[in-house]
Design a protein around this ligand. Structure first.
Ligand SMILES: *Cc1c(COP(=O)(O)O)cnc(C)c1O
Length: 401
């Protein structure tokens, strides 16, 4: 792969979370494990993104879309009453306040704009619970693109409202009837479909997973979370930088975007996974969906199904850069149970008047636990990304509470 030195931001001293990874690899993870035609298509996406990312015109157009359509910048909210109870100073980066209610919009607007620049007329996407599908359909409608969203048949049954939303936004939703008929199979099917459509379609992956350049590209598109938070912390905190930076990890995009803003600071980075989807904390080396990373596997090396009350954390693996950050010791990955997440969601609702997505509630549950057992010393400052709002989870919570 040709290396084009186009980065404009200063690369952190050790290169961690900096420019495009050499040969698409983060340590021993990453790469492009795909059929020949997709390797070529990924190469084109990578080249186009590097060029676009170095082009102030593209950056400006994306920044404007993020401002006028998605509602950026998002606020940094001090969680005052909860901080008082916990004995730490907790600040929330409010991705729940973006249009469509989560950080996913940051990524899809960037990729949709890139697709337009590449002359593509259609977006292909996979979706589990429908969150990424809805975001993709939203970006497609905004930019006048078509959208085809692959979704497991079981997920279609379980997520009727999001299926309706996607169709209302003009997207085609294609049921996937292979395998377990959930996200893993929908992703395989979307990639298979892209093989025959690379000329006119862009494959819009929803997290920092998949073949190179996706893990790097999606992290850069989510970097806006970390960059904004860094500037907001500089203005808000006496020390300028928080002691701890915490985010939930499914594939790892909101965490990667958040961490990217603090990789070159002394802040401790903590990724919080679901107990039943702990790719970084408990996965083993494997290859899935075009990329080498850590995945939950059975004794025979088969990748197993993840289980989490939070649909966005229900992925059996983790993005390759997180696997690398774990190996380097630059970030730490911990797990939280469904039950802890539900209790954290209720606690945030009652103390701060914010109902978080159950994914984000995982990050909070770790903060609560760590403040309780002294892992977060009294008085320490914590920045936590609140990746999304809880509206989508109220029926789940209603069953439990
Ligand atoms: C999809 C989703 C996640 C998990 O995805 P990442 O790529 O790990 O960020 C987390 N929170 C919310 C609200 C989501 O919708």
């Amino acid at each position: 792969m040709r290396e084009v030195p186009l980065r404009r931001e200063p690369v952190p001293p050790d290169g961690v979370m900096g420019g495009p990874p050499a040969r698409g690899r983060f340590g021993e993870y990453g790469g492009r494990y795909a059929p020949e035609s997709l390797v070529e298509a990924c190469r084109e996406v990578g080249e186009a993104f590097r060029e676009a990312w170095a082009d102030p015109g593209f950056r400006g157009a994306l920044a404007r879309l993020l401002a006028v359509h998605a509602g950026r910048p998002t606020p940094l909210t001090p969680a005052l009453r909860l901080s008082e109870e916990l004995g730490v100073r907790l600040y929330l980066k409010r991705e729940d306040l973006t249009h469509t209610g989560s950080h996913k919009i940051n990524n899809v607007l960037g990729q949709a704009l890139l697709a337009t620049r590449m002359g593509r007329r259609r977006l292909i996407a996979e979706t589990g619970a429908g969150q990424h599908g809805v975001a993709t359909a939203t970006a497609a409608a905004l930019l006048g693109l078509e959208a085809t969203v692959f979704m497991g048949e079981r997920d279609i049954e379980r997520q009727a409202l999001n299926v309706f939303r996607m169709r209302m936004l003009g997207a085609e939703v294609v049921p996937v009837i292979t395998g377990s008929r959930t996200l893993k199979d929908a992703t395989s099917e979307a990639m298979r479909h892209w093989v025959g459509a690379t000329g006119d379609s862009h494959y819009c992956i929803g997290s920092v997973v998949g073949p190179d350049p996706y893990p790097w590209m999606v992290r850069e598109l989510q970097r806006v979370i970390g960059d904004e938070a860094r500037a907001q912390c500089a203005a808000e905190l006496r020390t300028g930088v928080p002691d701890h930076v915490v985010a939930c990890v499914g594939g790892g995009s909101n965490a990667a975007g958040t961490f990217a803003g603090f990789a070159d600071t002394p802040a401790r980075l903590v990724g919080v996974e679901a107990e039943g989807g702990a790719g970084a904390a408990r996965g083993r080396l494997g290859v899935l969906h075009g990329c080498r990373s850590l995945f939950l596997q059975d004794g025979d090396g088969q990748i197993t199904q993840a289980h989490s009350i939070a649909a966005g954390l229900d992925y059996p693996g983790v993005g390759p850069e997180h696997a690398h950050l774990r190996d380097l010791g630059r970030a730490r990955y911990v797990t939280v149970t469904d039950d802890e997440a539900v209790r954290a969601a209720v606690r945030l609702a009652r103390t701060e008047g914010i109902v978080p997505a159950l994914e984000s509630a995982h990050a909070l549950a770790w903060v609560i636990r760590a403040a309780g057992d002294g892992e977060l010393p009294a008085g320490s400052t914590v920045l936590m990304t609140l990746s999304g709002r809880g509206d989508k989870d109220v029926s789940t919570l209603k069953e439990l509470l």
